[in-house]
Design a protein around this ligand. Sequence first.
Ligand code: GDP
Ligand code: IMO
Ligand code: MG
Length: 431
Amino acid sequence: MKSIIVIGAQWGDEGKGKIVDIYSEFADMVVRSTGGNNAGHTLVVKGEKFVFHLIPSGILHPGKKCVIANGVVVDPKVLLAEIDRLKERGYLKDDGQLKVGLLANIIMPYHIVLDRVREEKLGDKKIGTTARGIGPCYEDKIARTGIRACDLVHPDSLAEKLRANLDLKNFLLRNYYRADEIPFQATLDEYLGYGKRLKPYLIDTSSFLNEEINRGAKVLFEGAQGTLLDIDHGTYPFVTSSNTTAGGACTGSGVSPTKISGVVGVSKAYATRVGGGPFPTELFDEEGQRIRDRGHEYGSTTGRPRRCGWFDAPVVRYAHRLNGLSGIALTKLDVLTGLPRIRVCVAYEIGGVRRDEVPLSLPEFEEAKPLYEQVEGWKNDISSAKEFGDLPKAALKYIRLIEEMTGVEISLVSVGPDRNQTIVRKNPFRS
Ligand code: GDP
Ligand code: IMO
Ligand code: MG
């Protein structure tokens, strides 16, 4: 029995989709446990690109079961569009390959509108959300007023809950935000329609997963977002509304921590962030633009340019502390090729004092100045390297420095977006 969690060790978009696709080959099922369609996970297979927002990134492997568990907030319109698109491209031939948790909370139209108008009202203090309704949906879940997948197939229950929600949401939209109200009947009809189409996929996912695990199945948990976006441990309020750290995989799926055998943290060889919030190593110069251009650092969900900066070791050490990383999958090393020198932030200076750890307070994090170590760059193209021995000495030195600074072994190096541009040093399902 082996179950592995893959999480983002930075601010999201580390390349989790690609890594999950690679490990999927060795797993029996792939599970999304947290987040929603704020995620955008990109895979490239033989030059063909796929971006998944809700469906687990294992779906391109026929026969591997893909589960959207109860902890995910599901926008049914987005999920159905994703299902349709996959079928058009010749995948998901068997509907039994995809399972959706009956208890997953549903993103409703008022969540999306509230996300938008709230950000507008915040002006330059806005969080920079993906505007997908994620925060408002999780709020209702915690307030115990949410609508769940099981409600979509029970017209009376859906009508009652929708009416109660609209009473308050429309009051807010009309009187506080001066925005259009959400109509009751049209919304009810629309969501009952989604319920009909989603019904074949809806099951008790926790029961399903545990039964399969007890039978010996290997499960791969696909994290969404990144450690520093965690609601409890991230750069609050510039975070998402769920637990993006490893524990979220267990609570969101209903699979016990005792069933987990390892956690792989995905990290870029540099750092990026979308939306507001502290980012000590951010580059505002040509070097930052060069990384953005070479790494195509534009959001897979919103298309926004990603903020780019140097690798921040205290951030990844923090991710190690919170997630107990058994290895790092280091992505986008190829993007750094050609830079004369590469920097790694090893600690911060805050108020004139050296600090080795990520500060808990937001003002301190905002003030943190990175203290760098510098290594030489390399010129040779590494995008077809197949093993560590194919990498230039300078790249190997850089990898060693990251291992030293984070205290975690680099178990995989990714040298291009395609599935086959990957150097696997240690397979978490085999070691
Ligand atoms: P995720 O949200 O963590 O799955 O990451 P995203 O898909 O949002 O962003 C990662 C981007 O980097 C995608 O466009 C990937 O195709 C791309 N990518 C992943 N690994 C590599 C790599 O090693 N090199 C390059 N050049 N691109 C990569
Ligand atoms: P993946 O899974 C990067 C960021 C948003 C914003 C903050 C809150 O592709 O790595 P939200 O819409 O969740 O309320 O936005 O979180 N964010 C992400 N950034 N990658 C993601 O997902 C993200 N999901 C949310 O940009 O700063
Ligand atoms: Mg992404």
